[in-house]
Design a protein around this ligand. Structure first.
Ligand code: F6P
Length: 341
């Protein structure tokens, strides 16, 4: 059997570990052949391939990014997209496809499966917001990077008696913010799932400032007040209809300074959270998902996605992962709130 592999959407540390696990086990245990499709769904859409053999995956388990490249191309928005993919898979003599991605990439995989394609999904996102799996690889690395950044900001904020607002990724789900805020002892954490009131944020900041003489606020980029207005970079949207969020920290910075009278600065961590090498946890999770994806192909478990359930790698229908986002439950936020202020 000849298997096509692609990585789509925002990159996540651990993608190369998945590819290494999948290709190594697929070749050694199952006798498969692999071909890489470049830059997400753009690859099968345009017929752009790259060799994917044991040599190509040597020494990549700890490498950040993806050796296959990625994009946010949405073939469902392109005329004849499905027909073009079918034609190019045939031309590359591909029998089945392993799609490694988040909500958007796996949403396309789900639709292709409904069209009769032989597809297996592997969940990826630093945001950890995919249903059906306890954790996604990339999340642990993003939280580690953000925590280290906030740890560093503590010392400069303390020296200057300032408030520092740190913006982390998380469009619809505040997992990165929740874990970073708790790990780095933030005065408060703001997430998209729970509307914030500036007066309440100011009161948490004042209380922490009274204790420590400075304060750190961690905010997910998609957090918003009851007015619901998200802070965007510009008016553009990507092929999946997402706006580019960025700038909430600057807005909060001005609001907090006005409400508290404390000198306040902002910091947007941005793509730093996705770059560089994965933590050992993400390398192991990625590799295990890849190894198990090879077995899923061997068992022709089409339309299934690999998932982490506790410590076990399980399989769930692709539609489970893409049906509804896994957001932060109110109880988890309430638990974290006990540490605010
Ligand atoms: O990978 C998901 C994500 O990290 C979101 O939290 C964020 O809004 C988005 O990617 C930004 O990615 P890009 O700038 O690549 O579109």
């Amino acid at each position: 059997m000849r298997i096509g592999v692609l990585t789509g959407g925002g990159d996540a540390p651990g993608l190369n570990a998945v590819i290494a696990g999948l290709v190594t086990r697929g070749i050694r245990e199952h006798g498969f052949e692999f071909v890489g499709f470049k830059d997400g769904w753009k690859g099968p859409l345009e017929g752009h391939t790259t060799p994917l053999n044991l040599e190509a995956v040597a020494n990549i388990v700890g490498e950040g990014g993806t050796i296959l490249g990625s994009s946010r191309t949405n073939p469902m928005k392109i005329e004849d997209g499905v027909a073009r993919i079918e034609k190019n898979l045939k031309a590359a003599q591909v029998d089945a496809l392993v799609a490694i991605g988040g909500e958007d990439t796996l949403g396309v995989a789900t639709k292709l499966h409904e069209h009769g394609f032989q597809v297996i999904g592997v969940p990826k996102t630093i945001d950890n917001d995919l249903s059906g799996t306890d954790y996604t690889f990339g999340f642990d690395t993003a939280v580690s990077i953000a925590t280290e950044a906030v740890d560093r900001l503590h010392t400069t904020a303390r020296s200057h008696h300032r408030v520092l607002v740190v913006e982390v990724m998380g469009r619809h789900a505040g997992w990165i913010a929740l874990h970073t805020g708790m790990a780095s002892d933030a005065a408060c954490t703001l997430i998209p799932e729970q509307e914030y009131h500036v007066s309440q944020v100011a009161s948490w900041v004042k209380s922490r400032y009274a204790r420590d003489g400075y304060a750190i606020v961690v905010a997910a980029e998609g957090a918003h007040s009851p007015e619901g207005d998200l802070v965007t970079k510009d008016d553009s949207v990507d092929a999946f209809g997402h706006v580019k969020l960025s700038g909430l920290a600057d807005r909060l910075c001005a609001q907090i300074e006005k409400e508290t009278g404390y000198e306040t600065r902002s910091m947007i961590l941005g793509h730093l959270q996705r770059g560089g090498s994965p933590t050992a946890f993400d390398r192991v999770l990625g590799a295990r998902l890849g190894l198990n994806a090879a077995d899923a192909v061997g068992e022709k478990a089409w339309g299934q996605m690999l998932a982490l359930h506790g410590t076990q790698i399980a399989r769930v229908p692709l539609s489970t992962a893409t049906g509804e986002l896994k957001t932060v439950p109110a109880a988890r936020y309430d638990e974290a709130k006990s540490l605010f202020g």
